[in-house]
Design a protein around this ligand. Structure first.
Ligand code: SF4
Length: 487
């Protein structure tokens, strides 16, 4: 088989893995133009210092022993199969690098012959790149579950980042949909990589010359929507992974139906992209805003609200905390206010040294006032309308989000559409009446979006009940609900 043919097959097979960041662009080359962002094979990731780097994203082989129900490369699928030898792939990577097509490599593999043989080939390929070609670019490599720990350790010394994909958020789903995979075969290499990173960090503190081990950390991927786990289960699992294995990132991948199985959602529906987006937002709250998964979602309300971001959702379920006086709140309290992030919270605290903040000066800290105004007072003044009523604020914020979501999907929706038309507001299949029914008083909601709310003199008392149950849309899944992974 020609090398170019292998490249096409194995780059195409790698595209469902999102555990390296990808641009997701659909732009194709045009006659007379150069470049093609839609072609499989090149993805983009971000280095620690914020640079965007292009990676060759490829499988070493798609010839798989296993038969995971959700995977395009599963043994029972009749698809073209190909495998690179370590030398072929090392030479190809260098050729791409020298032509400036890529700055690094994202390498994964299906399980060919055995986990050990697959990992051995991957390690050999990395060795050729690092030692023969003296390649110092970024390499992200998958650890193959079940491979010998010695091979994992060798890969860790050669790669910048490693990942072991969990894919399914509970042991039961793993058992049903990927029966040849074992929980311990996934968690053991994660633990080994974590130990290696911590140990090497300690060695580096003592001897600056100590060699690297997975210096860019480890990541994993969870599939969303292939199985019925709730957002609460998924977030609790992510939190456990961050805490126990020092994950750099947990990636969420909206399930795309490529196979049919009675255990999977029926093919044909759109992938749950909005749910994936909400999980990324909630994940951000865990990592940078000191939220706990248990605070965000409880047993009685286990799903994120698809129509509102998780921070607003949390604030509206805890109205007794709001509104918060911006001139007195400490850093942790500021972080809890929707529209205020770590940078604006730090700026607010340092600005207060020179005098109390007003709504105008608050804008200069980078706070998003159109959101924050419902949850704060500034020198005792409130700009969120008549009072702090969670239901009213939920309606206003949801209407704002609805407009924003049209941009997210590339759909233009006018105010007129929102008022009168049958237009879906998210990628989840639903009618607009689901959205519109939430606005009891739609004309006043839309006019409130369009005009600034008046500033009132005294902080209003919270009125109306907290939003204890989420206003949410159904989540698809092929199985009955069950408990998550135990770490
Ligand atoms: S092990 Fe499972 S998920 Fe991985 S390539 Fe094979 S069939 Fe696909």
């Amino acid at each position: 088989m020609q090398l170019s043919e292998k490249l096409n097959i194995l780059a195409e097979s790698a595209k469902y893995d999102v555990s390296c960041s990808s641009s997701g662009s659909r732009r194709k080359n045009t006659p007379g133009g150069i470049g093609n962002a839609a072609a499989a094979g090149i993805c983009h990731s971000w280095s620690d210092d914020g640079r965007c780097i292009s990676l060759l994203k490829i499988l070493m082989t798609n010839d798989c022993l296993y038969d995971c129900a959700y995977c395009v490369n599963r043994r029972s699928n009749d698809i073209p199969r190909a495998s690179f030898t370590p030398r072929e792939l090392a030479d190809l990577t260098i050729a791409f690098y020298l032509r400036n097509y890529i700055e690094g490599l994202f390498l994964s593999a299906a399980i060919r012959h055995s986990p050990d043989k697959t990992m051995e080939d991957m390690v050999e390929m990395l060795r050729l790149l690092r030692e023969e070609h003296r390649f110092n670019g970024y390499i992200h490599v998958k650890a193959i579950p079940g491979a010998d720990p010695l091979l994992i350790a060798q890969a860790g010394r050669l790669a910048d980042r490693m990942s072991v994909n969990i894919e399914l958020p509970s042991e039961r789903s793993l058992h049903l949909l990927a029966p040849q995979k074992k929980r311990e075969n996934i968690l053991l290499p994660m633990g080994q990589i974590c130990q290696g990173i911590l140990q090497r960090r300690e060695e580096k503190r003592r001897y600056r010359q100590a060699s690297d081990f997975v210096p860019a950390g480890q990541s994993t991927q969870l599939m969303i929507g292939a199985s019925p786990e709730t957002d609460r289960q998924i977030l609790r699992l992510s939190q456990g992974l961050y805490r126990k294995f020092q994950m750099k990132r947990v990636y969420y991948s909206a399930y795309m139906a490529v196979n049919t199985s009675s255990l999977l959602p029926v093919p044909g529906g759109p992938p749950p992209m909005l749910r994936e987006h909400r999980l990324y937002q909630a994940d951000w709250l865990l990592r940078f805003y000191h939220f706990d998964a248990e605070e965000l979602l409880q047993d009685e309300a286990p799903q994120l609200d698809l129509l509102l971001d998780p921070k607003c959702m949390w604030a509206l379920r805890n109205p007794e905390i709001f509104p918060i006086e911006i001139n007195r709140a400490d850093y942790q309290a500021l972080l809890r206010i929707p529209g205020i992030g770590p940078t604006s919270a730090r700026r607010i605290i340092s600005s207060r040294r020179y005098g109390p903040l007003t709504f105008d000066s608050l804008k200069r800290t980078g706070a998003v006032l159109k959101r924050a105004r419902y949850f704060i007072t500034c020198q005792g003044k409130y700009a969120g309308g008549r009072d702090f009523d969670p239901r009213r604020i939920h309606g206003l914020l949801t209407a704002e989000e609805t407009f924003a979501q049209q941009g997210y999907q590339g759909i233009q929706l006018s105010l007129e559409d929102l008022l009168h038309q049958e237009t879906p507001a998210t990628t989840e299949k639903k009618s607009p009446s689901v959205i519109l029914s939430r606005f009891n008083d739609l004309p006043s909601v839309t006019s409130a979006i369009l005009s600034p709310l008046p500033v009132t003199d005294s902080p209003p008392p919270a009125s109306g009940p907290a939003l204890k149950s989420p206003l949410m849309l159904p989540v698809k899944g092929g199985l009955l609900s069950h408990e998550g992974f135990s770490l």
